[in-house]
Design a protein around this ligand. Structure first.
Ligand SMILES: *[C@@H]1O[C@H](CO)[C@@H](O)[C@H](O)[C@H]1NC(C)=O
Ligand SMILES: *[C@@H]1O[C@H](CO)[C@@H](O)[C@H](O)[C@H]1NC(C)=O
Ligand SMILES: *[C@@H]1O[C@H](CO)[C@@H](O)[C@H](O)[C@H]1NC(C)=O
Length: 413
């Protein structure tokens, strides 16, 4: 072939690969990471900041409501010392085991009574005095009318584990029962837990790179190239540990019921929906719901059957904020209806559509820095918190703003 012809064919091949694969990939990354996202303020005018000096760095929170609705307690897993968290928090690349002052790191679990606005710090019992409690995601299951079993991720400096504690509702105590060594089962960067019962749980693993042993650049590579290397580990006494789902880009928060599990694929900007087999705990992926921002913890509102999803609108903001919390970062919370998932739009059948996405809260003013969890309670009040933020934002009557992410996805919100 003439050199000119060869050059032309090579050029066309490069263009085909570029327009077919690379360009859409770049476009999707730009959208999810929010490189062009406008900093639009929404839903923050009714909010107040609750207990900013006690509820610091509460990465996760879960609401307990009794069946009669008389008891409503928000449990929160918070940092006792944000300075220590910037020394030691492996998922956020803080890997300096020398924390000051010396001694175990002891984060705080709080119970906020939503009826009385009374805040209680829970005491840890039966836990080794010299061990760390470095909190991240957690969940609880109700065993009986008055008792809950909590499963907390604990990023001990000797390796990340899950700690099970028993709690009687209305008391200020947590009794340690068991430690689950999930690192031993390849789950080195656990992020969040879904408790199914007092002995069965799922835990997400964000990335395949072990922050304790791998160079931090490997984790950065996984994040920025959105590698699908996260997974969900399942544990039950009868089946032991098993990988229930893999191929998840940045498996972050997890929530669900006995039949359905929802996971935030953070770097795919999507909720992965799984059906669950109660018999063996196995998960089958049914749907990917694109939301087009970096998703953190989802929570399920049992009153409305809606998912409320907190996350990070701009990757630049969250990475700078994680490295140095005195740099503020934006927050974004959306809502989708579970009834619109699967073929719900079409009244059953085989067709599947993306559900409507509503923006509930979008903040760039520092009211909440880098939202990690949002919960809507039985009265419809929205609560928003974050890994390094002070206090919890309480927003009565949030107004959903329907947003079509397909149009102008990279411009609005
Ligand atoms: C780890 O933290 C200690 C205490 O703040 C500090 O003295 C030390 O220089 C830090 N090490 C590294 C590698 O940053
Ligand atoms: C978990 O397992 C790892 C690897 O076997 C071990 O190094 C670590 O000490 C264990 N952690 C606990 C709390 O038992
Ligand atoms: C968010 O970060 C900024 C900068 O550090 C800070 O001034 C502000 O108080 C923070 N907001 C909260 C709620 O912590």
């Amino acid at each position: 072939m003439a050199p000119q012809q060869t050059r032309f064919i090579a050029f066309m091949a490069v263009m085909t690969v570029f327009t077919g694969f690379i360009q859409p990939w770049i476009q999707k990354s730009t959208t999810i990471f929010g490189f062009n996202r406008e900093a639009i303020q929404h839903g923050t005018s009714t909010c107040t900041l609750e207990f900013p000096s006690h509820l610091t760095g509460c990465e996760d929170m879960h609401l307990y409501e009794s069946e009669d609705g008389e008891t409503r307690i928000m449990y929160l897993a918070c940092s006792a010392d944000l300075g220590k968290r910037t020394q030691w928090f492996p998922p956020g690349f803080h890997l300096n085991k020398t924390v000051v002052p010396e001694g175990p790191v002891r984060d705080n679990v709080f119970a906020l009574d939503l009826n009385t606005n009374h805040l209680t710090r829970l005491d840890f019992h039966n836990f080794p005095a010299d061990e760390d409690i470095v909190l991240h995601g957690f969940d609880f299951a109700q065993n009986s009318p008055h008792h809950l079993s909590f499963f907390f991720i604990n990023h001990r400096r000797t390796g990340s584990v899950i700690e099970k504690f028993a709690h009687s509702i209305g008391t200020g105590q947590l009794y340690h029962h068991e430690t689950f060594n999930v690192s031993e089962h390849g789950t080195h960067v656990p992020n969040d837990v879904l408790a199914i019962s007092d002995s069965e749980f799922y835990v997400t693993n964000m990335r395949s790179s072990n922050p304790h042993t791998a160079h931090p650049l490997w984790s950065q590579f996984e994040i920025y190239t959105r590698r699908p290397w996260g997974h969900i580990l399942h544990y039950s006494p009868s089946s032991g540990y098993s990988i229930a789902a893999s191929n998840i880009p940045g498996a972050n928060g997890i929530t669900g019921t006995k039949d359905q599990v929802f996971v935030s694929a953070e770097t795919d900007g999507a909720i992965y929906v799984y059906s669950r087999s109660a018999a063996d705990g196995s998960l089958v992926r049914e749907q990917i719901v694109p939301l087009n921002y970096m998703l953190d913890n989802p929570s399920l509102n049992p009153h409305t059957n809606e998912l409320v999803i907190a996350g990070h609108p701009q990757i630049r903001g969250i990475s700078q904020h994680q490295a140095n919390p005195s740099i503020p970062a934006g927050s974004l919370v959306t809502r989708i209806s579970v009834a619109q998932l699967g073929s719900g739009y079409f009244g059953g059948g085989n067709e599947v559509a993306a559900p409507a996405v509503e923006v509930l809260f979008s903040d760039y003013s520092g009211m909440v820095n880098a939202s990690t969890t949002a919960v809507v309670d039985g009265e419809g009040t929205l609560w928003v918190t974050g890994l390094f933020t002070a206090g919890v934002a309480k927003c009565p009557n949030p107004e959903g703003k329907v947003h079509n992410f397909k149009k102008k996805a990279e411009r609005v919100y």
